[in-house]
Design a protein around this ligand. Structure first.
Ligand code: F6P
Length: 552
């Protein structure tokens, strides 16, 4: 892998720095001077309509950002990723989540293997499982059909499936329910298993490594719950695990060690990162819930954006532009966080999903050659569905002292079209808020406007909205499986673009290791080994002491 280009040494960076030093965003003026501004800075990618006109964008900024992408080799790195080169250098792996959504007719040979054929072989097996569970052909140990699928996994083996399941609830087969256990806090499994019937429950144990403490601990707890529950009902437990447990992993040996029938194991590959895996067999619970046809539609959405990212000219390329804008805000305007605000209750887990995707990918302090980064990297991504967020934290976005670029997401057609007694369309009230927020953030409210409302002088300043807060609006006709796939792929590629500009390996996650290791090592001290406790720093020792003294 070539040494990364230092973005701060490029000509484009110097241009951007110069522009930024005198940049005074003024959306009122920009829109007044250019009646075509919305059209000029709106883009389309598959079904997504993306309005960048309320971003800090003009022709000079756009040209310099595109130049930055060129000088830092973003397109070449994208091609290397799509071709299966080992761009994940610290783990010496290809990064091929894009292969997960290629059509079966494609061929992509990586490390001597046609990975597209492998992908479709597993996909067909997942679809076969989904069909059997959905039709009732797959039965539990007592012969009853499955009613609940419990996905046990954490991080990428949880966040994607649960987010997509919640987003696609209208597509879930009636009579089937999915639940998701992730946390090692025993409360999680306790609450999620509450009220379930072991005879009709199927567990999907999802873990790329099949070594993750949380997942294996919860999987064992679920197995004990299942066997205990079946025995209580007088159901034969011999062989029951194979009727109630399937596994998804790259580590099929560990799956067998755990006692799951290899026939019930669905593989994936080291070149699929955990946070990029919802469209692999990690999506098995989702595939069962929404069915193979809808899952295939979900994959086609990813694919449409992969193609757009590969083929659309740079100035029209939505993931490229959004990634570059994030660099612009982070490195030239000091934006430390980025809000994602979906105006769709179905997307209530989307911000949480994006947190792993973006922050585990780009929260890095060294570049792919091991040298220090030369500029700030990953922003904190966060968010909440609108309108709930409006009544919680939007105050700070409108009138606080920090610059928080925000993505607003909405759909033209609702799933539940409600009207109240006087015929008011609730979706229009909802979207009114979506349209109003980006308008208010962009154009604000001046002191004169506040005064003109008769506001007492003493509170005029408190009621001023400075405006000029950057937002990107993303709209689509409807939240379908395909559109959800498009949204996920969009953010995957935005994350890629930022990492490529910064010269970092967005596909490793070494920063999660130290805490994991320490948690394991602390076991003896926590259970009272005096020598192990004495070896701790005084803070850790006193916290453990407190725990030991207070646990009932
Ligand atoms: O600890 C972080 C992490 O490795 C994530 O990257 C991953 O998605 C998660 O743990 C779960 O890992 P696994 O799928 O191997 O259980």
């Amino acid at each position: 892998m070539d040494a990364p280009v230092d973005p701060t040494q490029t000509e484009a960076w110097a241009k951007l720095a110069k522009i930024a030093s005198v940049y005074t965003p003024d959306f009122r003026r920009a829109f007044a001077e250019d009646p075509q501004r919305a059209e000029r800075y709106s883009r389309r990618a598959a079904d997504l309509f993306v309005d960048l006109s309320k971003d800090y964008l003009d022709e000079d900024v756009l040209a310099a950002l595109l130049e930055l992408a060129e000088e830092t080799g973003v397109a070449a790195r994208r091609d290397a990723m799509y071709a299966g080169e080992h761009i994940n250098v610290t783990e010496d792996r290809a990064v091929l989540h894009t292969a997960l959504r290629r059509p079966a007719t494609d061929e992509l040979t990586v490390d001597g293997q046609n990975v597209v054929a492998d992908v479709h072989e597993v996909l067909e097996r997942v679809y076969d499982l989904a069909r059997r569970v959905r039709s009732g052909e797959w039965t539990g140990a007592s012969g009853k059909p499955i009613r609940t699928v419990v996905n046990v996994g954490i991080g990428g083996s949880d966040l994607g499936p649960v987010m997509a399941y919640e987003a696609l609830k209208p597509y879930v087969k009636k009579g089937l329910e999915c639940r998701f256990i992730s946390n090692i806090d025993p409360t999680d499994a306790g609450e999620k298993l509450r009220g379930l019937d072991p005879e009709t429950t199927l567990f999907v144990i999802a873990s790329k490594t099949f070594t993750t403490l949380e997942t294996l601990t919860n999987a064992r707890a679920c197995r004990a719950w299942l066997l205990g529950g079946l025995a209580e009902r007088g159901v034969e437990t011999e062989g029951a695990v194979s009727k109630h447990f399937v596994a998804v992993s790259t580590n099929l040996e560990k799956v067998a060690e755990f006692g799951i029938d290899p026939a019930n194991a669905y593989g994936f590959w080291s070149w699929v990162g955990g946070r990029y895996s919802v469209d692999s067999a990690v999506g098995t619970s989702l595939a069962i819930a929404i069915g193979p046809e809808n899952f295939a539609d979900f994959l086609s959405g990813f694919r449409a954006i992969d193609e757009h990212f590969e083929q659309a000219p740079a100035a029209q390329n939505v993931p490229l532009l959004m990634g570059l804008l994030n660099v612009w805000y982070t490195n030239f305007f000091g934006a430390a966080t980025h809000a994602v605000l979906p105006y769709s209750q179905y997307l209530h887990r989307f911000p949480a999903y994006l947190q792993q995707l973006t922050m585990e990918s780009n929260g890095k302090r060294v570049r792919w050659d091991g040298s220090d980064v030369t500029t700030g990297t990953g922003e904190v991504f966060w968010g909440e569905v609108g309108t709930n967020g409006q009544h919680a934290f939007y105050q700070l976005i409108h009138q606080g002292t920090q610059l928080i670029p925000a993505d607003f997401i909405a759909f033209a057609t609702p799933r539940h079209a409600l009207s109240d007694e006087d015929g008011t369309d609730q979706h229009e009230l909802f979207l009114g808020n979506f349209f109003a927020q980006t308008k208010a953030l962009a154009f604000g409210k001046t002191a004169e406007e506040v005064r003109a409302e008769g506001t007492p002088e003493a509170i005029v300043t408190a009621r001023i909205f400075p405006g000029n807060k950057p937002t990107t609006s993303i709209m689509a006709p409807e939240l379908t499986p395909s559109v959800l796939g498009q949204l996920i792929a969009l953010y995957e590629h935005i994350t890629f673009v930022q990492g490529a500009v910064w010269g970092i390996d967005s596909y490793d996650q070494w920063g999660v290791e130290l805490g994991k290791q320490m948690a394991k090592d602390l076991g003896p001290a926590i259970s009272g080994d005096a020598e192990a406790l004495a070896a701790q720093d005084s803070s850790t020792a006193s916290l453990i002491d407190y725990y030991r003294a207070n646990r009932k």
